[in-house]
Structure formats: C-alpha cells, structure tokens
Design a protein around this ligand. Sequence first.
Ligand SMILES: Cc1cc2nc3c(=O)[nH]c(=O)nc-3n(C[C@H](O)[C@H](O)[C@H](O)COP(=O)(O)OP(=O)(O)OC[C@H]3O[C@@H](n4cnc5c(N)ncnc54)[C@H](O)[C@@H]3O)c2cc1C
Length: 404
Amino acid sequence: MTLPEIAPPTCGPPESVLVVGASAGGLTTAEALRRKGFEGRITLLGDEPHLPYDRPPLSKQVLSGAWEPARARLRPEPALRALDADLVLGDPAVALDAANRTVWTESGRVLGADEIVIATGVQARVFPGQPDLSGVHVIRTLDDAVALRTELATARRLVVVGDGVLGAEVAATGRGLGLDVTLAGPQSVPMESQFGAWAGARLGELHTEQGVTLRLGTGVRELAAEAGRVVGVLLESGEQLPADVVVVAIGGVPATGWLVGSGLTCENGVVCDAMCRAADGIYAVGDVARWRHQGLGALLRLENRTNATEQAVAVAANILGADQPYVPVPYFWTDQYDVKVMVHGLVPAGAEIEVVEGDPAARRFVALCRTDGVARGVLGWNMPKQTRLHRQRVADALALAPAG
Ligand SMILES: Cc1cc2nc3c(=O)[nH]c(=O)nc-3n(C[C@H](O)[C@H](O)[C@H](O)COP(=O)(O)OP(=O)(O)OC[C@H]3O[C@@H](n4cnc5c(N)ncnc54)[C@H](O)[C@@H]3O)c2cc1C
C-alpha cells in the first residue's frame, strides 16, 4: 500500500481545529491543544447525545451496577466549559472534503477548519447475518451497557460470543452478577491473540475456577431464536447453548463509513504517515487511526485506552508544528475478577515466555515475551509496578528497530 505523501505544515499555527469524535481521543486532542497554548477555535463534534464518557468502565463497573452511568463521564461539566470549545453532540459527521477541510453533518451543518482530526473510533461488529433479535447485545456505547445491564437483571443464562478481551470481561462481570455464563469462541484459550497461548491458558483456568463454562476452539454457527427472541447459540460443533441473553463481542470495525469519497485512504482504519497525518491538514487519533509506527516499521492500529490519549497528545503537538513521529510502546490492561493484567508492547504468536518476577502459581507474576531473542512484550499479572519496571526492555527493542 502507498502511504500518503504529505508535506509538513509550512505556514504558521492554525486558527481553527475541528475534531470529529467526542470521546477519549477527541476530547484529549482538544485539551492538549489548549494546554499547549492554542487560542484558536476548537469544535468537538460527536454523534452520541452524551457528554464525553469513558469506555473501559462500561464492561466492568457500569455493567455490574457498581457505578451509575454518569460516573463514567470523562470530565465534569465545568472542566468542559473551561475548554472553551464548541461542543456539538448528537450530530454525526456524514461526509468530509479533505482537500477543502470541510465536514457535513447529518443535521445539515457545514463545518470548516484549518485542521481536522478524525477520532471516530470503532463500531461493534455484529454477528454475520444477525437478525434483529431481542436478547442479543453488543457493548460499545454507554447506551449499550445500560441496555445490557437492564436485561441481565432478570436473566439467568448468559452466553458470550467472542473470546477476546471484551468477551472475557463481560463473562467475568456476568459471573459477578451470579449468572450462569458460557464463553464461546474459536481460539483455543481466551484472549489468545492479545496474551498468547501461555497467559491465555492462565486466564482460561481463572474463568473456569470462577464458574464460567468455556466452549472454545469452535466457531458459532448461528443464534437460535423463538418468536423474535434469542434462546440459544448453535456452535459449529453442533452443540446448542441455551441462553436468555447473548452478548456478541467479536471485535470492532473502524468508523470510517462517513469518509467514503473524502479522498483519504481508509483500509482497516484511516491510513496515516508516521506523524498521524492522513492528508494535508487532516490527522487521525485513537482506535480509528492506522499509522506508520517507525519502531515497528509497519502500519499499526491499536484499540486501547492509553493509545487514544497518547496519540491525541502527539497529534495536538504536530498540529502546532512539532512534526514528530508517534512511536509509542503499545499498552493495554484488563480487569477480570480480582485480576489486573497489563501488557506493554505486543505478545507475538509463538513468543518465548520467561517469568522474570513473581510466580504464576501465586497468581502474581511478570513475564517477558521474546521472539528471536528480542523482548517484544512484557505481561504482568497483578504486579503493576514491577511490570512497568520491565517496560524499558520493550522500549529499547522498539528503538533499535529500523525506522520505516
Ligand atoms: C466496553 C469497553 C471496555 C474497554 N476496556 C478497556 C480496557 O480495560 N483497557 C483498555 O486499554 N481499553 C479498553 N477499551 C478500549 C478503549 O475504550 C478505546 O480504545 C478508546 O475508547 C478509544 O478511544 P477513541 O476516542 O479512539 O474512540 P471511541 O471511544 O470509540 O470514541 C469515538 C467517538 O466517535 C463517535 N463517532 C463515530 N462516528 C462518528 C461520526 N460519523 N460523527 C461524529 N462522531 C462519531 C463515536 O460514537 C464515539 O463517541 C474498552 C472499550 C470498550 C468498548
């Protein structure tokens, strides 16, 4: 694929910035611009009706009922007012003219700016050919979490389709609510693609001990329904899992539909150069951005909370003339039961695992993940401080990688 050829900005600082997507990445971009002294006009455009909120609590505290939905808000209202930005909510962007830096919205607004930041995240992938059945949920938005929570209050059997991070978190929360939970998916262990086979197996043991039934290594054929309501999940193996509620957690699709015809390259995200520029005066941040990571020498798109913040800060700096590549050490965490797992870097399939701190049997450890003798990732299990201490090894390896 040819990367966009974009000249660095030559004129002075912009007078106006439009950020499309008013969540973690979008809000942080606006805040970072102000912190760096930008005094021009900022417009933050979002399609959801809610004030900006955070997603990680949705599958944990909000779904369990430990938090009221409002507690997931990213900032209190006075802090949003102090930002001195035009906050336009509940009005999706429907088109972009990249050359003229103009965005059209569903309600008919036409918004122009010197610089545009795309922060539209991902949308939940639905089950292929999924009919519109009651009792079937995804969990991406606050409204999704509240709707699911309401249904779980009267349910007994929950089947989670999808063995990635979100599926595993929903299964853990469902058990915490006392539900009879089955987790189904094609991988041999939960979160294998994020954790690798070794740590994924530890996670599988944890779920089993907590009472989750695992149905892994087999795909899902279809959702079974009666009178418009889901009643079960039929596996490729032929087994049918009875269900009162089904959560489909099979990943996300970059929210780039509104960019068709914009002139930008969208392939599994908005394709950007190393500075996160998609075109002259257009940047992308967060889950939707697929940029050239110079340390890895490859295009990368990350779906995690820390990246949304760090990339937004880098993009704000570049808008104001820094012209620096964004070269983070990828990082994510997950909370399931009383376990916090953190991963700095990546855990490639087949990586050699060395436990460098703690003891897996004691459920507290740090493991280094290497390929060809090079540290690619560090995975920590209930040892946050010690995990962070080993992050530098991954950072050093990334810095040694050839610049792309
Ligand atoms: C349930 C859940 C739990 C998670 N837990 C963790 C965790 O434990 N650890 C972790 O590291 N990460 C976690 N994540 C991932 C993390 O929340 C995301 O990486 C982060 O929210 C990305 O921020 P973003 O701003 O790029 O995208 P988003 O948060 O998706 O925000 C994009 C915003 O843009 C809006 N938008 C989309 N299209 C348009 C349009 N056309 N016009 C206007 N607005 C639009 C969307 O509605 C949304 O409000 C979790 C995600 C979910 C869904």
